[in-house]
Design a protein around this ligand. Structure first.
Ligand SMILES: [Zn+2]
Length: 114
């Protein structure tokens, strides 16, 4: 199934139903989850969501896995992640291939996204 594109890409992280994700071990804000800026649904017909591990997590401790460098605070409009996020899609070539940045709480989608 081909992911369905949004009529208009999302511009703000805050509009993408974002959530800080805690770990089962009690760590706070180890990941950031949000809806894909360009897809309404993914290859399975579900909401296309993206989750990235953070370095540092919100609790300021060590990352739980290699993550995106996070700057800014808990306010979603302040979040910057580096480097860019590139989704690889499914092995059959379908699926989400959004590629872009989160800078100052805004999405910057790169031209090779599909
Ligand atoms: Zn997507």
């Amino acid at each position: 199934m081909t992911p369905r594109l949004r009529a208009r890409p999302l511009e703000r992280l805050a509009d993408a139903d974002p959530a800080w994700v805690d770990s089962s071990g009690g760590r706070r804000g180890v990941m950031l989850q949000f809806e894909c800026p360009i897809h309404e649904s993914d290859a399975h017909g579900d909401t296309c969501r993206i989750a990235v591990p953070l370095d540092p997590p919100l609790d300021g401790g060590a990352p739980i896995e290699r993550g995106w460098r996070r700057s800014g605070g808990e306010d979603f409009d302040s979040v910057t992640l580096a480097p860019s996020i590139r989704r690889l899609g499914e092995s059959d070539g379908t699926g989400c291939r959004w590629h872009g940045f989160v800078r100052g709480g805004r999405f910057e989608t790169c031209g090779d996204s599909r």
